[in-house]
Design a protein around this ligand. Structure first.
Ligand code: ADP
Length: 309
């Protein structure tokens, strides 16, 4: 099964409003509420693609209970470690063609809570063949917490797909613990390396940097432009067809989900890349974030071109 890790999950609320008025009361009738956080998007999409998934991470309080209830209603297995403080709410206001987001930082995790989670994680690892680790770390956990998760999983012989950015990603890249895959988008890669990247040749040079040594698969996702990939010493450009986009939020998470599903089914690299891109594309075609229509998978798989360059 696929084990998905979400250390700072949320209840995501989307308010669709004609207009956002400042300094007065705004009333909203169009409300969408769901379990969120990058890792839970991965979870939902992997489940929709037909894989056996277990979601883990930290939840607390009534918001945490809502997250678990939401997953139950979708028939998704989960085993979270409970914390004393409330999990967070995140708010997206859709108004006048804008999306204004208000994101709570979330709870602060104690040492004891981190230790309890690690015990649970070790136990869950036994049943997993692929592990996805997504998103930011909550306050209180050390910046190298993912280093620990990656090394435990690698030692247990599991493939780890890591989708994080900033300091937590940097800590893993600078450590001895190497995930099987990382999936920065172009902006995240540029921020990490402190450069602006224009051409495929520049990308090749960047991905050969010693920072990425030992990571077999690097998928640089590029929105409508598909992806640029380094797989061991081979580079691929993945081209995708033009589609009508409804909501692109969560596409990167869906890409990770597609990759996790394909890897857990023992697919070869070309098939893995095709399912990863298809999942990302299908997510953009749905209004809900981290959501795909599995009936459309076959139609789009064949339209994706993977070219060695
Ligand atoms: P992130 O959400 O991490 O920024 P991307 O925006 O690169 O990730 O999207 C991940 C994948 O989802 C892309 O590689 C592509 O397959 C698909 N995707 C995202 N945006 C679009 C789009 N506008 N048109 C078609 N496919 C898209």
């Amino acid at each position: 099964m696929i084990l998905t890790v979400t250390m700072n999950p949320s209840v995501d609320m989307m308010y669709a409003m004609d207009k956002l008025e400042l300094d007065t009361v705004n009333r909203v009738s169009d409300v969408l509420k769901s379990a969120g956080g990058k890792g839970l998007n991965v979870t939902r999409v992997a489940h929709q693609l037909g894989s056996k998934v277990v979601a883990t991470g930290l939840v607390g309080g009534t918001v945490g209970a809502y997250i678990e209830k939401d997953l139950n209603q979708s028939g998704i297995n989960h085993r979270f470690s409970q914390i004393a403080s409330e999990s967070r709410n995140c708010l997206a206001l859709i108004h006048e063609g804008h999306q204004t987001e208000v994101l709570e930082k979330g709870p602060t995790i104690s040492k004891e809570e981190a230790t309890s989670f690690l015990e649970l994680y070790r136990d869950l690892l036994k049943q997993a063949n692929v592990v996805t680790i997504s998103g930011s770390l909550p306050q209180g956990l050390p910046v190298d917490f993912y280093v620990l998760l990656v090394s435990e999983a690698e030692e247990a012989g599991k493939r780890v797909l890591l989708d994080s950015s900033g300091q937590s990603l940097e800590a893993v890249l600078k450590s001895q613990s190497k995930p099987y895959m990382i999936k920065p988008n172009t902006e995240e890669l540029e921020a990490l390396m402190g450069v602006s990247i224009q051409t495929d040749d520049e990308l090749k040079v960047i991905l050969r940097d010693s920072l990425f040594e030992g990571i077999p698969l690097i998928v640089v996702s590029m929105g409508a432009d598909g992806a640029f990939v380094k797989y061991n010493e081979i580079f691929y450009r993945v081209k995708i067809p033009k589609i009508t986009v409804v909501n692109p939020v969560g596409s990167g998470d869906s890409t990770v989900a597609g990759m996790a599903v394909a890897i857990s089914e023992g697919k070869d690299i070309l098939e893995c890349l095709k399912l990863a891109m298809t999942a990302g594309m299908l997510n953009t075609m749905e209004a809900k974030t981290g959501f795909v229509n599995p009936d459309k998978v076959d139609e789009y798989l064949d339209k994706i071109e993977v070219i060695e360059i």
